[in-house]
Design a protein around this ligand. Structure first.
Ligand code: NAD
Ligand code: WQD
Length: 339
């Protein structure tokens, strides 16, 4: 299938380019490079063994999107393009709604104009907010607690309504839990700009000596070791789920089911640090700080529906996630900046 991958130069998009190419699909990346490097697409092409064009454009530009869809004769769209920093979204809600929701309106318009009927959308476990119980299944109520999460909820509603409108649009809303790790080659990985917001890239940067210690946001949570528990998912498992999602979309119109993507297992902050220390063969200094606003003690996914609908299950464990994240960090200590 010819697939336009929006946000294809980003962390999750670039790894998905590799999985698509390896599965025999023909991906084209589109990205405005606001949070990514074109080098990631070049490296993905090298790993995937085929040329992957990069269209530099903004998803809010529906005309540019329509041109790209027609020029590359796209049969499906995977829409990763969004801003994702929770704390920044609290300070800049307009920017987040404009980019994430405005972008998704333009994507749906352009697809309609170009007659493209298959969409895979990057949603997030953040739409659940504070869940009543774990594991969280897809029928749990949505109740995001920050502007970033509200934009994902709004996009889900928008896509559901667009699918229900009677056309042939078929979509899958993939709710990722905590994607981490890197391609096992060490060529592709997560390269956040500025101070990392998320745990694993922060740990990696401490391990490589770019930061002196990891702040641990609370050690007094009601969990076995007092630190928060999350469902970490290897980025290559996530990439493979997108390949499966394209297959699941074939033929089905008018629907937009949501699927959790995780492992169904939780790991604490301390467990992640210990596993990373093993992978890197060096200690990772930590300092316990106060709890971070908006955190909850334990989150992990019920992944039964993804197994049923996609025939997909995560295969890689925390050891592989840390080993691969470390290989990328060690071989690219300044990320993609150094080429
Ligand atoms: P990322 O920032 O690495 O990738 C997003 C990409 O989209 C970047 O390359 C960025 O340059 C591009 N982009 C942003 N706005 C754009 C616009 N208006 N036009 C064109 N390109 C634009 O983030 P990621 O971790 O790869 O996340 C991908 C998607 O998955 C996002 O939608 C994010 O909300 C979602 N998600 C991520 C996580 C996570 O922990 N990484 C978890 C759940 C959901
Ligand atoms: C994991 C755990 C922190 C950093 C976020 C978004 C969510 C989704 C995935 C996009 C938590 C602790 C972290 C640090 C720490 N993204 N931590 N020190 O918060 O589960 O989810 O990313 O959709 O929407 O909210 O992930 O990696 O930020 O944190 O102790 O320096 O690590 O408190 O318990 P989170 P995270």
């Amino acid at each position: 299938m010819r697939v336009l991958v929006l946000g294809g130069a980003g962390f999750l998009g670039s790894h998905t380019l590799v999985a698509l190419a390896e599965a025999g699909h023909a991906p084209v990346a589109l990205d405005n490079l606001v949070n990514a490097s074109a080098r990631a697409v070049e490296r993905a092409a090298g790993l995937g063994g085929r040329a992957i064009p990069l269209v530099v454009a903004d998803v809010r530009d529906a005309a540019a999107l329509e041109r790209a869809l027609r020029e590359h004769r796209a049969e499906a769209v995977i829409h990763f393009a969004a801003l994702k920093a929770v704390a920044r979204s609290v300070r800049e809600p307009l920017e987040y709604f404009d980019n994430n929701v405005g972008g998704t309106v333009a994507v749906l318009r352009a697809m309609q104009q170009a007659g493209v009927e298959r969409l895979v959308f990057s949603s997030s476990a953040t739409v659940y907010g504070v869940p009543a119980r774990v594991p969280i299944a897809e029928d749990a109520p949505r109740g995001a607690v920050n502007p970033y999460g509200h934009t994902k909820h709004a996009c889900e509603l928008l896509i559901e309504d667009a699918c229900a409108a009677g056309g042939r649009l078929a979509a899958l809303l993939l709710r990722y839990f905590n994607p981490v790790g890197a391609h096992p080659s060490g060529r592709l990985g997560e390269d956040p700009r500025g101070t990392p917001d998320n745990l694993m890239p922060f740990v990696s940067q401490v391990a490589v000596g770019r930061r002196p210690w990891l702040p641990v946001f609370g050690a007094d949570w009601p969990t076995p070791d007092g630190t928060c528990v999350r469902d970490y998912l290897h980025v290559m498992d996530l990439a493979e789920a997108h390949v499966a999602a394209l297959g699941a979309l074939e033929g089905g119109g008018g629907r937009a089911p949501a699927l959790n993507l995780g492992t169904g297992r939780g790991h604490s902050v301390r467990e992640v640090v210990a596993e990373f220390e093993r992978a890197a063969g060096r200690p990772i200094p930590t300092r316990v700080e106060g709890r971070r606003a908006g955190d909850v003690a334990v989150l992990y996914a019920d992944c039964g529906r993804a197994a049923q609908v996609l025939g997909w299950r995560a295969r890689r464990d925390l050891r592989a996630m840390c080993a691969d994240a470390w290989r990328f960090q060690r071989e690219n200590p300044s990320g993609y900046a150094a080429g």
